[in-house]
Design a protein around this ligand. Structure first.
Ligand code: ADP
Ligand code: ZN
Length: 520
């Protein structure tokens, strides 16, 4: 029997590999550097654990979270693998024991924090210990393009200098090209083999629901799924506590989780969730990394995340056991404004990051406003072509909304934008079409433009929705920046020729579309 398969069976009890695992492990055994971009649940840990097990060498694993390291090490030790972690939370005698094990060559896997692994004395110890593989987990933390930048990851460039002949593997679930390039460059990976797995999570069902009446919709959902547990994400710490309390009053076993709660409280929430003693965690995005609960049946976003990376990662925590699970997002068109203001504050000392984060926000909104398959949209964002539309597991494919022939509407919008003396945002254009008499229109004399009031059959809000749908489907462009403006492009010109078959969600349907319906 192939020793690789024998080890797979012996240590893990599996008889086959998940996609790319085998290729990655064989590359590492050939001392090749690897960049592995695999979705959450894709089986990344095995990629660096197995090589250490079959060669009897020592793999050093850099990991950002103490809890994450602890869980992995506990699991390995249970399987009889000599594994250990070194981090600041360790008692002195445990640390001494681990260092002794390390020096005596007794360890196969050593998990360390990025801060520790770059200390010169520790690097010297590692060189002595004969490292055979360096693995950098959650490698997107090295990149400012990602959504979880950790400055201490930047120092990891010293790893390659210290271990020039040791293969290095970087692992992440973040697929955008900029992040990939950053990882390769910052870690100095030598001509790495790059593996990008599919990000399609077939067992996840996606839905976007209107934010109006979010709470009643939420409670409805929870009541009709009484035996399921899941995570509800909020953007505000305060709201996690408020809604958790309200849910408890309504008989749901829910607890809050955010960064300002005491360590021991957070730890307890996590444990209770994993042991099914509570059903719902109302959390900020501080919750999740390293929570290994395979049967999370739903992830609900009470507030929209700020990027599709964050959305994919957070929803990715649902259904890791492969069973059908729900991802529901509450969205209101007003979210854009709220987020822009918050982003502006966050970027005060990093103005260079502002336009990038706004672009990501716009991409997130386009996902909420799309009238096509959400799965296809999400995968396309991550550079993957999905050919299975209708996917059968998103709100749009399941309950196709009512569509109208949007040719005439699109034509009015494009004509209006093309005839504007300058560039303007969605709301202004919508106001113009609807014939609003607001001060911004009057101050500019826009009530005298030919397009003014040409769309009086719809309200300003409805026009805004149409314009956003055209942006989402690429018929119009929208700039990033504090005041994004809408402009025409090649595809908008095609609209004027009347050949494009533009479909638009019918106005009453365009915001919320029964995403909370039961699967059957
Ligand atoms: P990731 O770190 O990419 O999110 P994990 O390493 O936690 O993924 O693995 C996800 C799940 O897949 C785990 O429950 C793991 O035991 C399982 N798994 C990993 N490799 C295999 C395999 N070859 N066959 C079956 N299950 C696997
Ligand atoms: Zn779909």
């Amino acid at each position: 029997m192939d020793p690789l398969y024998a080890a797979l069976e012996q240590y893990y009890g599996y008889s086959s590999f998940l996609p790319f695992q085998e290729e990655i492990v064989r590359d590492i055994l050939r001392k090749k550097d690897v960049l592995a971009v695999l979705a959450t649940g894709g089986g990344k840990s095995l990629c660096y654990q197995l090589p250490a097990l079959v060669t009897g060498g020592l793999a050093v694993v850099v990991s950002p979270l103490i809890s994450l390291m602890k869980d992995q090490v506990d699991a390995l030790v249970t399987q009889g693998v000599p594994a250990a972690t070194l981090n600041s939370s360790l008692p002195y005698d445990a640390m001494v024991r681990t260092l002794a094990d390390l020096e005596a060559g007794r360890l196969r896997l050593l998990y360390v924090s990025p801060e520790r692994v770059v200390q010169p004395r520790f690097l010297a110890t590692l060189r002595e210990a004969g490292v055979t593989l360096v693995a950098v987990d959650e490698a997107h933390c090295i990149s400012e393009w990602g959504h979880q930048f950790r400055p201490e990851y930047r120092q990891l460039s010293v790893l390659k200098e210290n271990f020039p002949d040791v293969p290095m593997i970087a692992l992440t679930a973040t697929a955008i090209p900029e992040v990939r390039q950053d990882i390769v460059r910052q870690l100095n990976l030598a001509d790495p083999a790059v593996y990008v797995g599919s990000f399609n999570r077939e067992n996840l069902q996606y839905a976007v629901a209107g934010k109006k009446d979010a709470y009643p919709q939420l409670i409805d959902y929870l009541r009709s799924n009484p035996d399921r547990s899941g995570i509800i994400y909020f953007s505000s710490k305060k709201r996690t506590e408020e809604i958790a309390e309200r849910l408890r009053d309504d008989g749901i076993r829910a607890l809050p989780y955010h960064a300002d709660l005491p360590d021991n409280y957070r730890h307890r929430v996590q444990e209770q969730f994993i042991r099914d003693e509570i059903d719902v965690v109302c959390a900020t995005n501080a919750f999740g990394m390293g929570i290994d609960k395979p049967d999370v049946r739903f992830v609900i976003h009470y507030d929209m995340p700020r990027s599709l990376e964050a959305y994919a990662q957070e929803t990715g925590r649902a259904g890791r056991d492969g069973e059908a699970s729900d991802c529901i997002l509450f969205y209101s068109p007003g979210d854009r404004r709220k987020n822009l203001i918050a982003l502006e504050n966050d970027c005060l000392d990093r103005p260079d990051l502002y336009s990038l984060t706004v672009r990501k926000l716009n991409d997130m909104i386009a996902f909420c406003e799309t009238v096509r398959c959400r799965r296809e949209h999400l995968l396309r964002y991550f550079g993957e072509t999905f050919t299975g539309v209708p996917c059968g597991a998103c709100d749009i494919c399941l309950v196709p909304g009512e569509f109208i022939d949007g040719r005439e509407i699109a034509e009015k919008i494009v004509t209006c934008i093309a005839g504007l003396p300058g560039t303007f945002g969605v709301t202004h254009i919508a106001d113009l079409l609807a014939g609003s008499k607001n001060s911004k229109i009057l101050a500019r004399g826009h009530q005298n433009l030919p397009s003014y009031n040409s769309g009086r059959e719809y309200s300003s809000d409805q026009w805004s929705s149409f314009i956003r749908q055209l942006i989402a489907t690429g018929y119009l462009d929208q700039s990033s920046g504090r005041y994004p403006v809408v402009t025409v492009n090649e595809r908008s010109r095609a609209i004027l020729s009347g050949d494009e078959n533009v479909r638009l969600a019918s106005p009453k349907e365009s915001r919320a579309r029964g995403g909370m319906k039961d699967r059957d």
